[in-house]
Design a protein around this ligand. Structure first.
Ligand code: SF4
Length: 248
């Protein structure tokens, strides 16, 4: 397989991009980890056939709102093969999207559970599960072309992004720069819950992109009350309205 840069550049649709992504083995440490987790498994999931591969974005290819997390969870998306599916973080995220009418059901259990997102796609700057949920800067940079290409392909409909957590925020702006569709302010905007930035499109005929910061939906934040369901719904509502999506 060629590098993520070359592989992603040859994809001319999201479907093609996802098909290429799932065969990526560019980060030796992450390939070893995702496959090791798939072999060892966790008690309670012993009868699962883990996905143990890169996890592609989930949601319609003409989404106007993109949610960007960090990386797949070892026993969540790395097990089920779908973003934020099969773990507590996903329970919080999809319950909020469902409450706003942006998801067909409030839970995400497995890839064939029938969940559909309306106008929303969910992705991450690193597509393989990292040890301790911490990719290295080199792994983050190696994975960058995949999200940059996803942003380019989504650009005709994309109007807003919600970034979950500081890692995703730090990772996203270099990706946006690499996508070369929007002007990136300098210095780069700082992450904060409720932060909002409007990026002008490089093509003056195109609309701007609205980027929102939100605390990550990890248990560390949701169990402690740092991020409440109401706080999450508030950011998602603002981003959905910027993307011309109607919310309930
Ligand atoms: Fe490929 Fe990204 Fe996974 Fe690295 S993290 S192996 S670049 S998909």
């Amino acid at each position: 397989m060629e590098s993520p840069q070359e592989e992603s550049a040859e994809a001319h649709s999201i479907a093609q991009l996802d098909a290429r992504l799932i065969d990526c083995r560019a980060c030796p440490r992450l390939v070893e980890w995702r496959e090791h987790i798939g072999r060892v498994r966790r008690r309670g999931f012993a009868d699962w056939e883990y996905w143990a591969r890169p996890v592609p974005g989930f949601g319609p290819v003409d989404a106007s709102l993109l949610i960007v997390g960090l990386a797949p969870a070892a026993h969540g998306a790395n097990r089920t093969g779908r973003m934020f599916t099969g773990d507590r973080s996903g329970d919080v995220l999809y319950a909020a999207l469902h409450a706003l009418g942006l998801a067909s059901r409030p839970t995400a259990v497995r890839a064939d559970d029938g969940l559909r997102l309306h106008g929303v796609r969910v992705t991450s700057p690193v597509h393989c599960a990292p040890p301790d949920n911490r990719p290295t800067p080199a792994e983050r940079d190696t994975c960058r072309p995949w999200l940059a290409r996803e942003l380019q392909l989504l650009q005709p409909t994309l109007r807003s992004i919600v970034v979950l957590g500081g890692f995703g925020w730090q990772a996203l702006f270099p990706v946006l720069a690499a996508a070369r569709r929007w002007e990136i302010p300098r210095p780069r905007p700082r992450f904060g819950h409720g932060a909002r930035v409007e990026l002008r499109a490089m093509d003056p005929a195109e609309p701007p992109l609205h980027v929102y910061g939100c605390y990550h939906v990890s248990q560390q934040n949701t169990f402690t009350g740092r991020l409440t369901p109401a706080m999450l719904r508030e950011v998602l509502t603002a981003a959905a309205r910027s993307a011309d999506l109607s919310v309930s």
